[in-house]
Design a protein around this ligand. Sequence first.
Ligand code: C5P
Length: 222
Amino acid sequence: EIGIQIAIDGPAAAGKSTIAKITANKLGYTYIDTGAMYRALTYKALKEHIDVYDDEALSQLLSRIVIELSPAEEGQIVRVEGEDVTEAIRSQEVTSNVSAVAAQPQVREMMVEKQRLLANSKGVVMDGRDIGTAVLPNAELKIYMTASVEERAARRFVENTKRGIDRSMEQLCQDIANRDKADMERIASPLKQADDAIFIDTTSMSIEQVADTIIQHAEKRK
Ligand code: C5P
C-alpha cells in the first residue's frame, strides 16, 4: 500500500493544520504544512529588508535559501538555512505580511514546484490554500474546511494564549478577515474550493469529529 494524497484547503485559522496532523498520524502519512513555507520565506524577507511586494527579489531570495520541513512529535519543525524558525514564523509581523508574499506569481510557481516534489510517491496530507486546485489537482481526497470568522478567531485566541501572543478577539477577527480577503482576491491561484472537494463547516464540530469524518472519506478512497 503506497497511500493516497489528501489535500486540505480553507481560510485562515480554520483548524487545517491541527486536523491535517491528526489525520496524517492516524494514517501513518507524511504531513506537509505549505503555509509554513510561505511564512518561512516571509520571515527571511523581513529579516533581509526585502519588499514583500517585490516578486523578483522574493523569488531570488527563495532560490538561494533552503527551507526544510521535518516531522516532529508536535507536527513539524521548520528550518531556514539551518535556523529553527518554527515559532518565529507564527509572529504577528510574519502573519500580517505573508499574504502579500504569497500573492506573488513567481514565488507561487516556485513553491508549487517544491510542494509537488515533497508530495511525490507516498501517502501525504498537505494543507494550504491551493492544494486541491493547483498543487495536487489529482489528489484522491480533497477537503475544503471552514468555520465562521468568530469561531476561527476564538480558536486562534486560545492558541495565542498558549504561545504568549497578546491580541484581542476584535483584532483577531480583523486579521483573519483581512487575510481571507487577500488570499481569495489575489490573481495567482486564489483560495477557492476545488469542484471535487468535500466541504466541511467545522463551526460546531469538535476536532475529533472533523478528523473522523476525513479518515472515513480517506478509507473509502485507499
Ligand atoms: O496556513 P497558514 O495560515 O500558515 O498560511 C499563511 C499564508 O500563506 C496564507 O494566509 C496564504 O497567504 C499563504 N498560503 C498560500 N498557499 C498555500 C498555503 C499558504 O497562499 N498553499
